[in-house]
Unconditional design. Structure first.
Lengths: 134, 480, 100
């Protein structure tokens, strides 16, 4: 039975983390409901319509950025599998790797590529620096 | 830092850190703030140069996959020079074309880091990854003028054929790995030398695929189709950078892979490269004569120069190997300076890159015209410039190895190429311009300094080449 | 167990399909996908060889190739978008401002 204790802890941690995150976003997130946002299938654009509609170039941008950061996770799996054997040097290497990645992330963020708001607001945000939490 | 397994990567680490700093600086730059990001790049490159000097003759290696032997360090040094000159030329171009500075310098530095990695790689997988690092950076640099359809189109063609060829290259690596059980060059070489595999057709397939991949990158005929388009569409200074830096890095890896790992198969690959070299020299020169656009003409000329370098690879005796290194240096300085002149004469709405735009340049910009003349004469291989010395050693290597045919083709094409270089010179001095004078930008002091440095180097290496030639000979002594 | 030859043949066919796609298709996105097919064919070769050699090198290499392929796809898509803004077309035959 005790072999399963790790699994139990893992489950509790996983569920707990998800619950805390959802709870936090309910408590802290700004609420501004619109009919689109309340629709059962909400993905950023009208759910019903012509499939050949042209999408904003923002979608491509975000998709490309997602692709790049997502694929880097591939390097985490082998590292996680060999975590014990690699030890501290392995940890340092993976941390270095993610430090470099985070420079890229900072760049993308500061350039406003992650902002969904119209261009003017994104530019303002750049000038004033990152917005303080409301 | 020294005497650890990180020694050999210090040069590229310097450049990478500079690139990351450039990216960070650009990210946190206020809208209209000016930042000396180019200076940051020069600091990184100088750091890499110092690291190279310290590593010289120490033959260190990092994790077995990056080796800082003298061969790799010599090419790294060439890349440092290419990088510094490019940054000095760039300041004016960025101003005139209003290009994004931070991105430009970051991509440039990442590209150089990739090239350095490629020049010192001792593992086929590392060669592939560094090839991709430098290629991705250069694709974007080619298309950095997003509002210019020609620049974007050039970037796309370059990207398409580059990605296509790297798939071939990778397939070659896969077969090599499958047959020899390793991607490390030293192990592949030992394996191939120990076993007689010449009856195995798969190893020839692997060799052929690797050759195609390299031939694309050094734009050898018949894999040169992308070169004129990419070189013409890219901003002139980017063309200068990619025609020198990419070629130097690709040739270094090419020589290392074929002369060390696949040395036992030289019977098989030498005739193929012989044909490639001959075709490259002939086509590059003959088609170059017919061009009316200076950038396109220099693109074909750079194809022809790739052919001369291939001659050195075929005649891989001691002189030949040293000659490749010396020629890479000679070609890099000269070609970059020539493209630097083109870049400095381009204004924001008119590139002024047709041959007729250079008519009467002597009367308006005497200094620029004189220095352009030196570059063109050096490209043509006339004494007392560095181009002459480089060609001399390449062809004498070919003769001493018994490849008389290649030497003759090389000399004939050199003579023909002098014709089209001289045509530009004659236009600059002799003819008067018809019609209104083209709009030319103010020439920046930094670019002039870079150009003067290049011309001094061209003459210095042309008149007193022994010292650097000794370094080149020393470089190839440690490997092969 | 499936012998090594079969994997190699499948990956060679995949590679050939990708190569043919680059030459024959008339849509830039499809051409990009064809290049990805070529890279994945190589991945299959690596994994097959790695398995037959009894080392994990082949699988490790595949991780690197996947990452490189993703970066390449991102750059390629970005260039295609920039190109589409000028041309309003994804047919490579319309790109002729430079002599091909």
């Amino acid at each position: 039975m005790d072999g399963w204790l790790g699994v139990l802890i893992m489950l509790v941690l996983g569920v707990g983390f998800a619950a805390v995150m959802i709870g936090l976003s309910v408590l802290l997130g700004p609420k501004n409901p619109t009919p689109e946002k309340l629709a059962p299938y909400e993905c950023g654009m009208p759910a019903v319509g012509d499939a050949r509609e042209r999408h904003s170039v923002k979608f491509y941008l975000v998709a490309m950025i997602f692709l790049l950061f997502d694929i880097e996770i591939a390097f985490l799996y082998p590292w996680a599998v060999a975590l014990r054997d690699l030890g501290w040097p392995g940890l340092m290497q993976i941390v270095t790797f993610f430090m470099i990645l985070s420079v890229g992330y900072l760049y993308v963020w500061r350039k406003g590529a992650l902002d969904w708001a119209p261009a003017a607001r994104a530019r303002n945000a750049l000038r004033r620096g990152p917005r303080k939490a409301a | 830092m020294f005497n650890s397994s990180f020694d050999a990567v210090v040069p590229m680490l310097c450049v990478t850190l500079a690139a990351l700093a450039a990216m960070g600086a650009e990210a946190f730059r206020a809208r209209d703030e000016k930042m000396p990001i180019g200076g940051l790049g020069i600091i990184g490159l100088v750091g890499a140069g110092v690291a190279c000097a310290l590593l010289w003759n120490r033959n260190t290696s990092s994790f077995g996959v990056i080796v800082a032997d003298n061969f790799g360090l010599f090419v790294t040094m060439v890349l440092v020079i290419v990088g510094i000159l490019t940054i000095m030329f760039s300041s004016q171009v960025l101003e005139v074309d209003n290009l994004p500075r931070g991105e430009y310098y970051a991509l440039l530095l990442f590209g150089i880091a990739g090239m350095m990695m490629m020049a010192t790689a001792n593992d086929l997988l590392v060669v592939f990854i560094s090839l991709e690092i430098l290629s991705l950076a250069v694709y974007v640099l080619t298309g950095i003028r997003r509002d210019d359809p020609r620049s974007t189109e050039a970037a796309f063609k370059y990207f398409l054929l580059g990605a296509f060829s790297s798939a071939f290259f990778l397939y070659g690596i896969a077969f090599t790995y499958g047959l020899t059980g390793s991607t490390r060059l030293d192990r592949i070489g030992a394996f191939l030398a120990a076993q007689s595999m010449s009856d195995n057709p798969l190893i020839l397939v692997a060799l052929g695929l690797l050759l195609v991949g390299f031939a694309f990158k050094i734009s050898a005929v018949p894999f040169h189709m992308w070169t004129p388009d990419a070189y013409e569409g890219a901003p002139a200074i980017v063309t200068g950078f990619m025609s020198t830096g990419v070629k130097a890095a690709a040739f270094a890896a090419f020589a290392r892979v074929f002369l060390s790992a696949f040395e036992p198969f030289s019977q098989q690959w030498v005739p193929v490269i012989w044909v490639l070299a001959a075709a490259t020299m002939i086509l590059g020169t003959v088609v170059g004569v017919a061009q009316s656009n200076l950038k396109r003409m220099l693109a074909y000329s750079s194809i022809a120069h790739g052919g001369y370098l291939l001659v050195g690879l075929v005649a891989a005796n001691q002189i030949g190997k040293a000659a490749i290194l010396f020629y890479l240096l000679a070609y890099a300085i000269t070609n970059l300076a020539a493209f630097g002149v083109i870049a400095m004469l381009a204004s924001s709405n008119d590139e002024n890159e047709e041959l007729r735009d250079y008519k009467g340049l002597w009367h308006t910009h005497p200094a620029l015209a004189a220095m352009m003349t030196v570059c063109l004469l050096s490209l043509g291989g006339l004494p007392p410039t560095v181009g002459f010395v480089g060609k001399w050693y390449i062809f004498s290597a070919a003769v001493s190895s018994g490849y008389y045919g290649l030497a003759v083709i090389g000399m004939l094409t050199s003579v023909v190429s002098v014709f089209f270089y001289l045509r530009v010179v004659v236009m600059m001095y002799m003819s008067e311009r018809e019609g209104p004078e083209p709009v030319r930008p103010r020439i920046a002091r930094m670019g002039m300094v870079a150009l003067t440095l290049s011309v001094i180097l061209i003459f210095y290496l042309g008149i007193l080449p022994t010292r650097v030639l000794d370094y080149a000979a020393e470089s190839i002594a440690t490997i092969f | 167990m499936i012998p090594l030859d079969h994997y190699l043949i499948v990956s060679a066919i995949l590679f050939a399909i990708g190569t043919a796609g680059v030459f024959l298709r008339k849509n830039l996105i499809t051409i990009l996908l064809s290049i990805e097919i070529m890279l994945n064919a190589v991945n299959l070769t690596f994994v097959a060889f790695g398995r037959s050699l009894g080392t994990v090198d082949g699988q490790i290499i595949t991780f690197f190739v996947m990452t490189v392929a993703a970066a390449e796809a991102a750059v390629g898509l970005a260039i295609i978008i920039a190109l589409y803004r000028h041309r309003e077309s994804l047919n490579p035959d319309t790109f002729s401002s430079l002599k091909w």
